[in-house]
Design a protein around this ligand. Structure first.
Ligand SMILES: Nc1ncnc2c1ncn2[C@@H]1O[C@H](COP(=O)(O)OP(=O)(O)OP(=O)(O)O)[C@@H](O)[C@H]1O
Ligand SMILES: [Mg+2]
Length: 468
């Protein structure tokens, strides 16, 4: 601490100069104002760490000034200076946000103690807020992995929208992380301490969904034996996450639209209008624009939801994230399955990188879980991979003749056939764990022919073929 700036406000010149003198001798920079209106001007011009103010003053009194400070300069600590007879008002001022009060005549030691306490308090509060922010940020992000340009754009958007109350529409293929992103937005926002209420609009049958969302009164329909609070009500002051919104029936679309427009609704069978303060995040893996065009999704609802769109790219468009994700899941499942698989071979990673991942991150996650369970060594190797990933590797090798397409510039047939053969033999050996009988079977050759071909191709079992 040191070099703090203090504003003293009092209509008595004598009080002003005596307090200013005490403060200056303690090393503070001091400004003075002889009434509330002048004080407001000064506060607008400059930031004050501490504002000491009298209560009874002409023009703007101390209470009004306090109100102004809490609204416009909330980081300034306000201390009331009060006459003996007005302590009651000073207490009221504390209730309204002043830090403490001093009674006139103000003593030098007293003033120093109160100011130090005020500055300490503010420091603690600041530390606390930063810590809280950091903890929350970590909580929100610790599970989202990725550093590709595509996903960083999404992170950037999350940061931006979290600070607002705007409705967000998250769009992306199945398994791309939409729910994770919805969580992150909530836990980054000021609503983080309030509920995050998810509703899976696709999984719940229409009749149930309505009461799930809006709740119902006792006796509203045959099975309504007691009043039920719906998700919109539960989410009050927090966030509601309308997942799979594209699957919602037209009937419910209208009802949702009403809540989004007016922030109010009634329970089923109820007459009381319930107001709700919610932040709405919706997600879908459907193409909503197309659904609007074909009349399956209401256009007005689409525009209500699509205030801030977030497009989550499919995994194949951010293959650069695959190694990070794969290792993230490796660590996760090692822990939960009590395994100790140390690495993923380079070749496996290459297969991962060139595979299309129609199920996106979820598919990769499931794949790693399965590989960890099946792996024999402490490493995941191509031997463990399912056919669909290996098949893809075949397609994706960089050799043009592997695709059986004749390159523009032509090719050397013998070399190409040779290369083709070599590649298939290698794959068969890989798959068979270099057991020649098995590999020969896969290629429908007899064992001796395979050995001959291996010699010709100079194929030998590497010391540790799957090593990184
Ligand atoms: N970037 C990521 N980092 C770590 N894990 C991720 C990431 N993205 C997705 N996941 C994981 O993948 C799985 C699927 O994610 P999530 O449920 O959020 O996807 P979704 O887009 O909502 O899928 P669906 O459309 O099928 O509902 C989850 O287990 C999630 O934890
Ligand atoms: Mg989801």
């Amino acid at each position: 601490m040191g070099n703090e700036t203090i504003l003293v406000v009092d209509d008595s010149r004598a009080v002003l100069s005596s307090i200013a003198e005490i403060l200056q001798s303690n090393g503070y920079t001091v400004d003075t104002a002889s009434d509330g209106a002048i004080a407001v001007d000064k506060i607008n011009d400059k930031f004050y760490d501490i504002i000491l103010t009298d209560l009874a003053m002409p023009k703007k009194d101390g209470m009004e000034l306090l109100k102004y400070i809490t609204e416009n300069s909330p980081e300034s600590m306000c201390i009331i200076i009060t006459g003996y007879g007005t302590i009651k008002n000073a207490v009221e001022a504390i209730r309204l946000g002043a830090f403490d009060y001093l009674t006139k005549p103000v003593k030098s030691e007293e003033i120093q103690v109160v100011i130090e306490r005020a500055l300490n308090y503010r420091e603690l509060k600041r530390e606390n807020t930063t810590l809280k922010k950091q903890v929350n940020a970590r909580y929100a992000y610790e599970n989202i992995v990725g550093d590709s340009e595509n996903i960083c754009e999404v992170f950037h958007l999350i940061d931006k929208v979290a600070q607002t109350d705007s409705t967000v529409l998250i769009m992306g293929e199945s398994g791309t992380g939409k729910e994770l992103i919805a969580h992150a937005i909530h836990y980054q926002s000021d609503r983080r301490d309030k509920p995050f209420i998810p509703v899976n609009c696709g999984a719940i049958p229409e009749e149930l969904l309505e009461s799930e969302l809006f709740g119902h009164e006792k006796g509203a329909f045959t099975h309504a034996i007691r009043t039920r609070i719906g998700r919109f009500e539960l989410a009050h002051n927090g966030t509601i996450f309308l997942d799979e919104i594209g699957d919602m029936s037209p009937n419910l679309q209208v009802k949702i639209l009403r809540v989004l427009q007016g922030h109010q609704f009634e329970r089923i069978g109820g007459t009381k209008t319930i107001k709700t303060d919610i932040r709405v995040i919706a997600a879908t893996n459907k193409n909503l624009e197309e659904a609007v065009e074909t009349g399956r999704f209401r256009e007005d609802l689409y525009y209500r939801l699509n205030v801030i769109p977030i497009h989550v790219p499919p995994l194949r468009e951010r293959a650069g994230d695959i190694p990070l994700l794969a290792h993230h899941f490796l660590e996760k499942f090692n822990k939960s399955k009590k395994k100790n698989i140390k690495s993923i071979s380079k070749e496996v990673m290459q297969c991962f990188m060139s595979y299309e991942w129609p199920g996106n991150v979820r598919e990769l996650e499931n794949m790693i879980e399965r590989l960890i369970i099946l792996a024999n060594d402490d490493k995941i190797t191509v031997r463990d991979l399912p056919e669909r990933l290996l098949a893809h590797r075949k397609k994706d090798t960089t050799q043009p003749h592997q695709h059986n397409a004749l390159p523009e510039e032509g090719l050397y047939l013998h070399a190409a056939v040779n290369e083709f053969e070599r590649n298939l033999i290698l794959q068969a050996l890989d798959k068979a764990g270099w057991v020649k009988n098995k590999a020969a079977q896969l290629l429908n050759l007899n064992r001796t022919t395979l050995i001959e071909k291996m010699k010709k191709q100079k194929l030998m079992k590497p010391a540790n073929p799957m090593d990184n």
